[in-house]
Ligand binder design. Structure first.
Ligand code: BGC
Length: 767
C-alpha cells in the first residue's frame, strides 16, 4: 500500500521538509522537471536513495517484441517503450572520504522545493558528518525552456564549522534500469539487459561525452556535460570515461565558510542513428554557447518562459490554498511535459515516469488539447500537427483491420500500434473521433484556417472514410447507421455494438468532415482537387451521420452505454472489498466485462463533450444512473463526473470530485503516482474550473458562462485565450467581471444574456 504524502500547502511551491523513505518513489514523480523534450525525474544528485532513476527524452523509445501465447492476424509484433536514458544529473559528495547519505539521521536540515513559478527544483540540507563537520549543500536544477536540449545544475557546498577535504564526483551514468513491474499493466514493460548500446565516449578537461544507440529502433543519443567550478580554495580535478560511466572528480582543500560552487551543464541530443556526427556536433555547440552564457543568463531566459506561461495559464483561487497549489502543480507538470515543436506529443505520465511506457493516448486530444487551446494555442496546434504526422501509420493500421481511411493507434509513440491487448486498445476506435473533435475545438476557438486546410482537413477526411467503411446501415435497426464491435472509453466494458460514446463522437466526426470538405470544395477548388476526394464521399458521410444510431432506452429514459449494457448483471460497488480496487488488478477481465460496472465515465463524457445535444434533465437522468456504477479506477473519471455534477447542481458531489481531481497526484489518490503523474486528470482540473465552476459552454466556439463558486471560495480569476482575444474572468460570490485585456470586441453570453465586450472595459455583472 502506498503512503499518502502531505506536502505543506503553498501557493507556488511544493515542499518536502523531511525525507521519508516511504514517500521516496512518489516524490521522484512529484519533483520531476522537464521542458517537453527532456525530463528529469526528481532523483537526488547523490544518486541514492532511489526508487527509479529517470532521465527521459520525450518519444525516445526502443521497440519491444511482443510475444503472444496465441497469435492472430494483425496483432502488433512489437511495442515501443520510452526508455530511461543516460543519467547526467549525478553529483556525489564526500567529506574526508565519507559519502553523503541522505537517509542518515545526521541530516539536521532538509528542504526540497519545486518552485512552480520559476520552474526550478532546489534541495538544501545540512549534514553533520561522523567526524562532526557541518556541511551545507544546496542544489538547484532546471531543464531549459529556452534551449530544449539543455539542463543545468548549480551545486553549492559550504563547510560550516571546520576545514575538510571535499570531493565532488560529477557523473554521467548509462544504462540505468528499465525494469518495472510487468504484472501491473499500467506500469512499464521491462527491458532486460542493456538497451543503450555504447557507441563513443571520451572525456576532455572538465567535460564528458557519451553516445549510445538502440538496437531495434536505431535511435542515437548523444550526451555531453561540461562544468565550471568556482571556489577560493585550492582544488584539483581529474576525469575519466568508460562505456557506462563518465566522471569528473574534484578534490578540494575546503576552508570553513568558503562556498564551493559547481555548475554542471548537460546537453541531450537524439535522432536517427545515421545522424550521429551531427548530434555530437550539436551537443558541442549547445554546451559551448551555454557555458559562454553562464548559469545566471540561462536561468533568466528559462524564467521568462515560465512567466509567459503563467501569464496565459494561471488561474487564481482565493480562499482555497490547497486547490490553488494542486491546480498550479497540474498546469506546471503539463507544461513541463508537453512536446512543443510538432515532433512530439504528451504521454500519459508526461516526463515524470515510465508508467504506460511513455505512450501517447486520447488523453492528449480530449483532456490536454482543450486546455491548451485556451491557454497556449500554439502548443495545441503542434500536438495536432504531430498527430497528423502519424497518418501514414494510421492508414496502414486501418488496412490491417480491413478498413478504408485511417485508424490512429490507441497507444503509441511513433504512430504504430503498441498494445498486445486489443479489447482495451485497438477496439477503442473512438480515438479517431477524439482526434477529429480536438481539430474542431482548436479551429472553433482559434479560427486557424491555415492549420485546418494544411493538416486538419486530411485528418477529417481519413477518419470520416474510416467510419463510413467501418459502420453499416442495419436493417434490423430501421436502416440506421450502426458501429459494431468496439470498446468505448470505459475499459470495463469491451467489444460491444453501438457504444453510445463512439456513435455520438463518430457522428460529429462525419458531420464536421462533411462540412469542412464541402467548404473547401467551394472556397478552394484547387486544394480540393489535390485531396483526391470524390464529392460523393462527402454526401455519404453526411448521410451516415444523419442516420447514426444512438441507443435510447424507453423504459428508463436513459441512453444505454451500448446495445447490451443494460442487460448485464448489476454489480454493487459497495459490496466489493475496498482492497479489490482497481478491479483490473483483482479480477479477470471476463468477470468485469459481463457486469454493469464502469472504469471511467463513458456516456457522461460524451454528454460533456457534446453538451449542445443534451438538456439538463437528460444529464441528470443519465448521471443518476451511471455515476453510482463508476469505480473511478481510471484517473480520467473524477473531473468528468464532477463537471456534470456541477452543471446539474449536485453541489454535494461537486467539491468532493474536484478535490480528488486537483489532488490526484499531490495526495496520491490513485496510489500509483510513483509511476508518474496523471496528465489527463491534471488537464481535467483546468476543465473542471472552466466548464464546471465558471459554467463555460463553448459549443461550436460560442462562449457562454454560468459561474458557481464553491461556498468557501472568495475569488476565482481565469485567463482565456480566444483567437486574438485575451479574456479575463473574475468571479466572486456576488459578481462576475469580464475584461477583454487583448483584442477589440468579443461577444459572449452570461447566463443566457448576450454581452458585447470591448477592449479593457471591465463588464461586471451582479448575481
Ligand atoms: C484509461 C485510459 C487512458 C489511459 C492512459 C487508462 O487507465 O482507462 O482511458 O487513456 O489510462 O491515461
Amino acid at each position: 500500500m502506498e503512503h499518502t504524502p502531505n506536502y505543506p500547502t503553498d501557493q507556488w511551491c511544493v515542499r518536502e521538509d523531511t525525507l521519508n523513505p516511504d514517500l521516496l518513489h512518489q516524490g521522484e514523480s512529484i519533483f520531476s522537471i522537464g521542458n517537453g523534450y527532456l525530463g528529469f525525474r526528481g532523483n537526488f544528485e547523490q544518486g541514492a536513495p532511489v526508487y527509479q532513476n529517470g532521465t527521459y527524452v520525450n518519444g525516445f523509445y526502443e521497440y519491444r517484441p511482443i510475444h503472444y501465447g496465441e497469435e492472430a492476424y494483425g496483432f502488433p509484433k512489437s511495442s515501443q517503450t520510452m526508455i530511461n536514458l543516460t543519467d547526467c544529473k549525478i553529483i556525489k559528495l564526500f567529506i574526508n572520504g565519507e559519502p553523503l547519505d541522505l537517509l542518515n539521521d545526521q541530516i539536521t536540515h532538509y528542504l526540497r522545493t519545486l518552485d512552480m513559478q520559476q520552474g526550478t527544483l532546489t534541495c538544501e540540507l545540512i549534514w553533520h558528518t561522523s567526524l562532526g563537520i557541518d556541511v551545507q549543500v544546496t542544489s538547484t536544477r532546471f531543464v531549459s525552456l529556452q534551449r530544449k536540449h539543455l539542463a543545468v545544475i548549480q551545486y553549492e557546498v559550504k563547510l560550516l564549522n571546520a576545514d575538510a577535504e571535499v570531493t565532488i564526483s560529477s557523473e554521467m551514468i548509462s544504462n540505468e534500469s528499465n525494469q518495472l513491474n510487468e504484472w501491473d499493466p499500467r506500469e512499464s514493460a521491462a527491458f532486460y539487459g542493456q538497451v543503450l548500446l555504447p557507441d563513443t565516449n571520451y572525456c576532455s578537461s572538465q567535460s564528458l561525452f557519451s553516445s549510445h544507440t538502440t538496437k531495434r529502433s536505431q535511435l542515437h543519443l548523444a550526451c555531453l556535460t561540461d562544468h565550471q567550478i568556482d571556489t577560493q580554495c585550492p582544488y584539483r580535478y581529474r576525469s575519466h570515461s568508460t562505456d557506462s560511466v563518465g566522471q569528473v572528480i574534484y578534490d578540494i582543500d575546503a576552508k570553513m565558510g568558503n562556498k564551493i560552487t559547481l555548475k554542471k551543464y548537460m546537453a541531450y541530443y537524439t535522432g536517427p542513428q545515421n545522424s550521429k556526427q551531427h548530434l555530437e556536433d550539436s551537443s558541442n555547440e549547445c554546451l559551448h554557447s551555454a557555458v559562454t552564457a553562464g548559469y545566471d543568463l540561462l536561468l533568466f531566459e528559462h524564467k521568462k518562459h515560465m512567466e509567459h506561461f503563467w501569464k496565459h495559464a494561471d488561474i487564481q483561487i482565493e480562499g482555497d490554498d490547497a486547490a490553488q497549489q494542486g491546480l498550479r502543480f497540474s498546469l506546471f507538470q503539463i507544461f513541463q511535459s508537453v512536446g512543443k515543436s510538432g515532433e512530439r506529443g504528451i504521454s500519459a505520465k508526461g516526463l515524470t515516469g515510465q508508467g504506460y511506457e511513455g505512450h501517447y493516448f486520447w488523453d492528449t486530444e480530449i483532456y490536454v488539447i482543450p486546455t491548451m487551446v485556451y491557454t497556449l494555442p500554439e502548443i495545441a496546434k503542434n500536438l495536432l500537427i504531430f498527430r497528423h504526422s502519424m497518418l501514414q501509420y494510421a492508414r496502414e493500421h486501418a488496412r490491417t483491420l480491413s478498413q478504408k481511411g485511417a485508424l490512429f493507434a490507441w497507444r503509441t509513440i511513433t504512430g504504430e500500434p503498441a498494445s498486445a491487448y486489443f479489447p482495451a486498445s485497438t477496439a477503442q476506435y473512438h480515438i479517431n473521433a477524439d482526434i477529429a473533435y480536438a481539430v474542431k475545438k482548436y479551429v472553433d476557438v482559434t479560427q486557424d484556417k491555415e492549420f485546418l486546410y494544411t493538416y486538419g482537413a486530411e485528418i477529417l477526411m481519413e477518419t470520416a472514410r474510416f467510419w463510413l467503411d467501418f459502420g453499416f446501415y442495419n436493417n434490423r435497426k430501421d436502416k440506421q447507421f450502426c458501429i459494431n464491435g468496439v470498446t468505448g472509453p470505459d475499459e470495463y466494458t469491451a467489444i460491444v455494438n453501438n457504444n453510445a460514446y463512439t456513435n455520438l463522437m463518430a457522428r460529429e466526426n462525419l458531420w464536421y468532415a462533411a462540412e469542412i470538405l464541402s467548404t473547401i470544395e467551394q472556397e478552394n477548388p484547387e486544394k480540393f482537387e489535390q485531396m483526391n476526394i470524390d464529392p460523393n464521399e462527402i454526401k455519404q458521410w453526411q448521410d451516415a451521420a444523419d442516420h447514426m444510431y444512438i441507443p435510447y432506452d424507453e423504459k428508463t429514459g436513459i441512453i444505454p452505454q451500448d446495445d447490451s449494457f443494460l442487460d448485464k448483471e448489476p454489480w454493487d460497488i459497495q459490496s466489493i472489498p475496498k482492497d479489490h480496487f482497481p478491479l483490473l488488478l483483482h479480477y479477470h477481465p471476463l468477470v468485469i466485462y459481463r457486469r454493469q460496472i464502469l472504469k471511467q465515465p463513458d456516456l457522461l463524457l460524451a454528454m460533456f463533450l457534446l453538451r449542445k445535444y443534451f438538456t439538463d434533465e437528460q444529464l441528470k437522468q443519465n448521471f443518476d444512473y451511471y455515476d453510482p456504477l463508476t469505480t473511478g479506477d481510471s484517473s480520467l473519471s473524477d473531473c468528468i463526473q464532477g463537471i456534470i455534477a456541477s452543471q446539474i447542481g449536485y453541489h454535494d458531489k461537486v467539491y468532493e470530485y474536484f478535490e480528488e481531481t486537483v489532488e490526484m497526484d499531490l495526495k496520491n489518490i490513485n496510489h500509483n503516482v510513483k509511476d508518474g503523474v496523471h496528465i489527463a486528470s491534471m488537464a481535467g482540473a483546468w476543465l473542471y474550473i472552466t466548464y464546471g465552476f465558471a459554467g463555460m459552454k463553448d459549443d461550436d466556439g460560442n462562449l457562454s458562462f454560468d459561474p458557481k463558486l464553491p461556498a468557501h471560495w472568495k475569488k476565482l480569476t481565469i485567463p482565456l485565450q480566444i483567437n486574438i482575444h485575451q479574456l479575463l474572468i473574475t468571479i466572486t460570490p456576488d459578481t462576475t467581471t469580464y475584461t477583454l485585456t487583448e483584442g477589440d470586441q468579443l461577444t459572449i453570453r452570461h447566463k443566457g444574456q448576450f454581452i458585447n465586450l470591448s477592449n479593457n472595459k471591465p463588464f461586471p455583472i451582479t448575481r
